[in-house]
Design a protein around this ligand. Structure first.
Ligand code: SF4
Length: 454
């Protein structure tokens, strides 16, 4: 069926075919034709890993984004298909044995749960420290870590059009209720926002809120146009739909309503920002992905790009430079380069901080001023977002120069601090204070905050 998509008073649009959304999970690996040509051992490894870590991929990603001539090294293949190295040797062997012996589903699931529990499913204290309350009741599906920003996890948005193998929210997807954060309650969200006038930014996140029907988004967002929510200036929506399913913004049945919702929010004076998750320029190589970007920008909403630096996917300065250049060309604002979090298949994906900084710097050198808006490499750690600003030698000591871009205490923000240089450290907790100090300046206060909540 042809669907002609136009948007009033905007640039004329090309005609795009509606596409049926077809998705595969770990139970349908054998239905994905193109992978049946891979070695049998590879397929077995996929099956083993996918029984522990979430797996989901859609037909558009398989047919349009992955370059099958480059598999297994293709970055988009690595981004969505499970690889043996994602599990520790002992975990892999334990699960592989069950599959070889034809163990029943229940046993596989209970062993998978044990393994997952060892993979730090909720990093950076998100379950214990960020849960707000309304009239004394804890509010499931909300996180309030930084003063100005609330994260909301709508229940209808706790999945994605495909899953990234390195996802730091992977625990949301494995069907374990204990590991899940989600809320269906629009009233509670609005009640909390109305009471907290210090909040200026609402971040809708998931999973991917763009898997939701537009009518649900309307229910959450339109009430924010009432005067009691004037303090909510910015509505951010974290999404990877521009990569995994750009049809969401162009030809899906309620795509036009979605675009109209963005325009309505913008026209009413809200700043609407899509926080688009991108890892590699190969994600923006189709016409439909460009059309989705064009339609969103035509509403006055802006798109900011962010994503982690991931071994096997984008640990390469040229790839980042090409991505940022492409984003700037399309009117997207490069926003963050993150460090892969300490959770899930971290061992497979992590990049030492020293290397992350080099990749960032080498990529920055290649782009114009408009591409240099990306901050990073940044760690979303327990105390806050910590950026590696540089590597320096001060009075004979080689150090990392760090600063908080966000802090649990706003007073920590922008304060430079120093850690001993390390070739191997991959996360904040592996760093030691420089210059003979015993602790970083924020540690005592952060410890008190943890105990207060613990
Ligand atoms: S799109 Fe985001 S939430 Fe979804 S799987 Fe990828 S990293 Fe995770």
């Amino acid at each position: 069926m042809n669907s002609v998509v136009t948007f009033p008073n905007r640039i004329p649009t090309v005609e795009f075919e509606e596409r049926r959304f077809q998705v595969y999970t770990d139970r349908q690996l054998d239905k994905i034709e193109v992978i049946q040509n891979l070695p049998e051992e590879t397929l077995f490894e996929m099956k083993v890993v996918a029984s522990v870590l979430p797996f989901r991929v859609n037909e558009y990603v398989i047919n349009e984004l992955i370059d099958w001539d480059k598999v297994p090294n293709d970055p988009l293949y690595q981004l969505v298909f499970p690889q043996k190295g994602m599990l520790k040797e002992e975990h892999f062997e334990r699960m592989a044995k069950l599959h070889r012996e034809g163990a029943d589903k229940k046993l596989i699931q209970s062993v998978a749960k044990e393994i997952r529990d060892e993979l730090n499913p909720h990093p950076a204290g998100q379950m214990e420290m960020n849960l707000p309350t309304l009239n004394g009741e804890p509010l499931e599906g909300l996180q309030h870590k930084y003063r100005e920003t609330v994260l909301f996890f709508p229940a209808q948005g706790q999945t994605c059009h495909s899953y990234c193998t390195f996802c730091f929210r992977w625990a949301q997807f494995v069907g374990d209720k204990d590991l899940k954060m989600a809320s269906t309650d629009a009233d509670k969200l609005h009640g909390y926002l109305a009471q907290h006038t210090e909040i200026s930014d609402l971040l809708m996140t998931g999973g991917d809120p763009m898997v939701m029907k537009t009518k649900h988004l309307v229910q959450y967002l339109e009430p924010l146009l009432q005067p009691e929510f004037d303090h909510i200036q910015t509505i951010r929506i974290g999404t990877k739909a521009l990569t995994f399913w750009p049809y969401r913004f162009v030809t899906d049945k309620d795509a036009d309503e979605l675009i109209e919702l963005f325009a309505k929010l913008v026209d009413a004076g809200k700043h609407v920002a899509l926080m688009a998750h991108y890892n590699h320029w190969q994600e923006i190589t189709t016409e439909i992905s460009e059309e989705a970007i064009r339609r969103i920008r035509a509403t006055g909403a802006e798109i900011r790009a962010q994503g982690p630096l991931i071994k096997h996917v984008n640990d390469d300065a040229d790839a980042w430079a090409k991505l940022w250049k492409k984003q700037v060309q399309l009117g997207i604002i490069p926003y963050y380069m993150f460090v892969e979090r300490d959770t899930g298949a971290k061992n497979y994906f992590e990049v030492p901080l020293a290397k992350a900084y080099e990749v960032y710097r080498e990529a920055m050198k290649q782009v114009s001023g408009l591409g240099r808006t990306a901050r990073g490499p940044s760690m979303s750690a327990g105390p806050g977002k910590v950026e590696i600003q540089g590597i320096a030698e001060i009075k004979g000591e080689k150090v990392f120069v760090l600063r908080f871009l966000q802090g649990r205490n706003p007073d920590w923000v922008q304060r430079p601090f120093f850690a001993k240089y390390s070739d191997t450290a991959t996360w904040l907790h592996e760093l030691e204070p420089a210059f003979g100090e015993e602790k970083f300046f924020f540690e005592d206060e952060y410890e008190k905050m943890r105990k207060g909540n613990g």
